[in-house]
Design a protein around this ligand. Structure first.
Ligand code: HEM
Length: 350
C-alpha cells in the first residue's frame, strides 16, 4: 500500500512539474527518488525477500517504505536518505548470501545493481543535488533488470566471451556513474554509452527475439521486453547527446526514454510472472493487457517528439497520456489480483 502511494504521488509530482496544475503534492523535489527507491525499491525488496525466505531480508522493503513515509511527512531528508542506505546495504548483503549459495552471474549483476542503490542513497546523504542521483538510480534499475533477465534464464548467451561483453558494458555504466560525481555531464555521457551497450547486448541475446513469434502471454512479454530494450538504446544515445544537462532540449526525453520507456515497459512485461510470485495468486492474462502497453509506447513517442521539437505543450500532453497508460495498467492489475483472490477463495470453499 505504501509502495502504491509512493508511485501515485510520484506521478502526481511529475505531472505538476511538467506543467499540470493539479494542486500541490507533498515532497515535490522527490519525484525520481520516491518512484525509483520508494516504490520500485520496496517492490524489488519484497520480491527478493520472498525469493530468499530470510526474515532479515524484509528490512529492505521496510526501510524503503519507511523512507516513503519520511519523504511524504516532511521529516528531515537525512532520515529518508539513511533509511534508503540501510535498505540498500541489506539488499547487497542478501545478494552476498545468495552468491555463496549459488555463485552465478545474475546474482553478481543484481548485487552490483543494489550497490548502485547504496551509492544513490549515499549521494543523497552527502547532500548531492537530485540530478547527481540520477545516474545511480538508472544504474540500479538497468543492472537489476538485466540481472533478472539472466536469472530467468531467458538469455541465450552462454559463452564466456558473450558474458565478458556484458561485463564490459556494465563496467562502462559504472565508470560513467562514478565520474558523474566529479563532472556530471561527462560521466552521464559515458554511463549513457554503457546503457546503450547493455541494450544492444540484451537485444542480441534475449530469447524474446524468438518468443515474440509465439502467441498469448509469451508474445505480450516478448514485445514489452524488446520495445523496452529499444527505449534503453534510444536513451543511451540521448544521454550521450545531452549529458543530462537540464538546459538541453533532450533532458526530459533522455530521462523518460529510460525511466518510462525501458523500466515501465519491463514492469508491464514481467507482471504476469512477478505478481503471482509476490501475491501468491493466479494471474490470468487477458489480451486486454496489450492496451496499456501499446498506449504507453504511443504516449512516450508523443512526449519525446514534443520535447525534442521544443513543443512543450505536446510534451505536457504526452506526459498526461503516460499517466493515463500507467493508471490503466494499475487498475487492470488490481482488478486481476481481486479476481485471482476470489478464484482462490471459491476454490478453497468448494
Ligand atoms: C507521467 C509520468 C511522469 C511524469 C509526468 C514525469 C515528469 C518528470 C519531470 C517534469 C521531471 C523533471 C525534469 C526537470 O527537472 O526539468 C522528471 C524527472 C525525473 N523523473 Fe519523471 N516523470 C514521470 C514518470 C517517471 C517514472 C515512472 C520514473 C521512474 C521509474 C521517473 C523518474 C525520473 C527521474 C529519475 C527524474 C530525475 C530526477 C528528478 O528530477 O527527480 N519519472 N520527471
Amino acid at each position: 500500500m505504501i509502495a502504491l502511494t509512493a508511485f501515485v504521488i510520484g506521478i502526481w509530482i511529475g505531472l505538476t512539474r511538467i506543467g499540470w496544475a493539479f494542486g500541490s503534492p507533498p515532497a515535490p523535489g522527490t519525484h525520481g527518488a520516491i518512484i525509483v527507491l520508494g516504490f520500485l525499491g520496496t517492490v524489488i525488496g519484497m520480491e527478493r525477500a520472498v525469493a530468499m525466505n530470510r526474515t532479515w531480508a524484509w528490512i529492505t522493503p521496510l526501510a524503503s517504505a519507511g523512507s516513503v513515509i519520511a519523504m511524504l511527512t516532511g521529516a528531515p531528508s537525512e532520515l529518508a536518505g539513511a533509511l534508503l542506505l540501510v535498505g540498500g546495504v541489506v539488499l547487497v548483503g542478501l545478494f552476498g548470501v545468495a552468491y555463496r549459495i549459488q555463485p552465478e552471474a545474475h546474482i553478481v549483476m543484481m548485487g552490483i545493481g543494489a550497490g548502485a542503490w547504496v551509492l544513490a542513497a549515499g549521494t543523497w546523504l552527502a547532500g548531492g543535488a537530485i540530478p547527481s542521483l540520477t545516474p545511480w538510480l538508472a544504474a540500479f534499475l538497468v543492472l537489476t533488470i538485466a540481472g533478472e533477465r539472466l536469472e530467468l534464464a531467458r538469455i541465450i548467451a552462454t559463452t564466456d566471451t558473450e558474458k565478458r561483453r556484458l561485463a564490459g558494458a556494465v563496467a562502462v555504466v559504472l565508470l560513467g556513474s562514478v565520474l558523474s560525481w566529479a563532472t556530471l555531464e561527462t560521466g552521464v555521457r559515458i554511463a549513457g554509452f554503457g546503457n546503450l551497450l547493455v541494450a544492444l547486448w540484451l537485444i542480441r541475446y534475449d530469447i524474446a527475439r524468438r518468443t515474440i513469434r509465439l502467441g498469448g502471454v509469451t508474445r505480450y512479454m516478448a514485445s514489452g521486453l524488446l520495445v523496452g530494450y529499444g527505449w534503453l538504446a534510444v536513451s543511451g544515445v540521448l544521454w550521450i547527446v545531452s549529458g543530462l544537462s537540464r538546459t538541453s532540449v533532450a533532458y526530459d526525453a533522455a530521462l523518460h526514454t529510460l525511466f518510462l520507456g525501458f523500466v515501465i515497459s519491463m514492469i508491464m512485461a514481467h507482471a504476469p510472472i512477478v505478481i503471482p510470485a509476490l501475491a501468491g495468486l493466479p494471474f490470468p492474462f487477458t489480451p486486454a493487457f496489450w492496451a496499456p502497453l501499446a498506449f504507453l509506447q504511443v504516449s512516450i513517442l508523443i512526449r519525446v517528439a514534443g520535447g525534442l521539437a521544443g513543443n512543450f505543450e505536446l510534451r505536457r500532453w504526452g506526459a498526461m497520456l503516460n499517466a493515463v497508460a500507467l493508471g490503466l495498467f494499475l487498475l487492470m492489475v488490481i482488478g486481476t489480483v481481486i479476481r485471482g483472490q476470489r478464484t482462490k477463495y471459491v476454490a478453497r470453499i468448494t
